[in-house]
Write a protein that binds this ligand. Structure first.
Ligand code: GTR
Length: 339
């Protein structure tokens, strides 16, 4: 028996199909978007994230809401990037080096002694460099909502200043579990011990490590200053951090919703940076009263020379984005005042 030809779908039916496909692309079922942070709720990072979360309702006409889960509640620090790429977590605030595997250009931002300070760093990130990296991050499955401040990081120890290279010899120091930070501390002659942020207090207390490195707000918020009251301004890292949204979530939002959330992310970053600077002004005086001893860092030269194994893969990187990132940073370094 001859088969009858299938009827051609009418123009109307085709239009309906196209419309349903288009709608299907942004039909995120009404729900709470969940945000991950390693910090406590009153920390500038979480305050910035909360600003973003507050806009999710109005930006989606009340369809969705958002909540910030602090203190690594939603996932351990080491698992967050995977969970955000898979869409299990919707948004998060993280440092840049963890994404180095997927976005090699981010490694350029995460190596020691790369920026003079936050001002120079944000001048770059709020311009071509930031846009370049945001495009790479999107390819890796996350949307960059805003560049947050991870501040200038310095070393601290239970019983002595860590100023010159000789002070670091064989000292056990906590670092985040990233190759860049492990290599950095080992290259200084110390012994890097990778530990999650929230487990560091206990490790200093138990003597598993003698100290760690972090910015002043984290040094205070974690209470590390009570156990390791010798804080030396080594300024080895000026660290950008980022508020990111899972592309899985993003792709299910409508274009106007995306635009509003992007703007909310940018604004949250501006607020976070102001809050950060406001807080920085008060911390040192407060901690001095608690008995913390602060020390100036020493000459950077010997430290920078030790970092050669970390820099070399960057100098020789062949991917064009890493090369462009590097040239933008070096050009701005040449103009920035020396530290
Ligand atoms: C904090 C920073 C986090 C993370 C943490 C750590 O200051 O905001 O992104 O880097 O330090 O040391 O694990």
């Amino acid at each position: 028996m001859a088969l009858l030809p299938l009827p051609k779908p009418s123009t109307l039916a085709r239009a309906a199909l196209l419309l349903s496909l288009a709608l299907g692309a942004h039909t995120l079922a009404a729900r709470e978007l969940r945000g991950w942070s390693v910090h406590a709720d009153d920390y500038p990072v979480n305050m910035g994230m909360q600003r973003f979360a507050d806009v999710v309702g109005p930006a989606t006409q009340g369809k969705h809401s958002a909540r910030v889960y602090g203190n690594s509640q939603l996932a351990p620090q080491g698992a967050v990037l995977e969970k955000i790429t898979s869409g299990e977590i919707d948004f998060a605030e993280v440092g840049v080096v963890g994404y180095g595997e997927k976005v090699p250009a981010l490694r350029v931002l995460g190596v020691p002694y790369m920026f003079h300070g936050s001002e120079q760093m944000f001048a770059l990130l709020d311009g071509e460099l930031g846009n370049l990296l945001a495009a790479e991050l999107e390819k890796a499955g996350v949307i960059l909502l805003g560049w947050y401040d991870g501040g200038t990081r310095n070393f601290y120890h239970r019983s002595k200043p860590l100023r010159a290279l000789s002070d670091f010899a064989d000292v056990k120091l906590r670092v985040g579990n990233t190759k860049t930070h492990i290599d950095m501390v080992n290259a200084m002659g110390a012994k890097a011990v990778p530990i999650a942020f929230k487990d560091t207090y206990k490790s200093i207390e138990d003597g598993g490590v003698e100290g760690a490195e972090n910015n002043l707000p984290s040094y205070e918020s974690t209470g590390h200053y009570k156990l390791a009251p010798h804080y030396s301004f080594t300024q080895h890292l000026v660290s950008p951090e980022m508020l990111i949204l899972s592309k899985k979530t993003w792709d299910q939002l409508s274009k106007p919703e995306q635009a509003r959330l992007l703007e909310a992310g940018r604004q949250s970053a501006r607020f976070m940076r102001e809050e950060w600077n406001r807080r920085l002004k008060e911390i040192q005086a407060r901690l001095s009263k608690q008995g913390v001893k602060f020390y100036n860092g020493s000459d950077y030269g010997p430290f920078v020379r030790r970092m050669k194994p970390l820099y070399e893969p960057l100098w020789t990187a062949s991917d064009p984005v890493s090369r462009r990132a590097l040239s933008l940073i070096l050009a701005s370094m040449a103009q920035a005042p020396t530290r």
